[in-house]
Design a protein around this ligand. Sequence first.
Ligand SMILES: [Zn+2]
Length: 255
Amino acid sequence: MRLQEIIPNLWIIDATSAHVQTRAALVMGEQRAVVWDSLTRPEDIAPLVELIGDKPYFLVYSHADWDHIWGSAGLPDGRLGVIGHSDCLRRFSDDVPRTLQRMQQADLGEWLSVRLVAPNITFPWRLSLDLGGVTLDLHHLPGHTADCIIGWIPEWGVLLGGDAIETPLPVVNNARLLGGWLAALESLQGLDRLTRAIPSHGSLAGRESLDGTVAYLRALAGDQQFNLPDKLDDFYRETHQKNLIVVDGGLVLHE
Ligand SMILES: [Zn+2]
């Protein structure tokens, strides 16, 4: 587990469980805060409790995949609300409890402390949160999954990308969403003020995760060559092969 303040009032926390390294973030405004995703287990997100203190906060889910939402019970009381895309809420009555049941059956000890906390505030396109001195603009960006959102902090030039951006490469589940996903990321690239893109998995360097994801998706869409990095671990090697099959076959993999 690693906790760091990467610019004033913006903290990130990285934790690994079940071989997956996931990143959450804490945006501290003058009046309110936002926790961006809750990692995979309550104990993984718990180091944020002290930083949040008594400040009222929103919990925002980038999407409903298990590695982003299972730690919510580790956050303090006094939450203003739990925010997600409308389709993120729908998944809490669908694949979210199914996945938890399956993984608890496989290894109960690892996931015993997990409690599902569904969104109670949803939006279809866009939602803006005034935190006091800093704003978090949430935008629906279907691509990796249909319920994905991104967060844009205009005052700081920071993009919270969730799994819409990822290095060395993103996971493509739905061929039909590829074009819209790519176009949305390209329009984010046009934001001059965007200096830092923070993915939930992968590189924290500048805009690398945004630019790298665009290059990869363009190649998948057939526009240009993409040279895979020499050192690619097994997970991403397999993911790349699956991505090719999904796109070439026009497949839609359900969660
Ligand atoms: Zn993820």
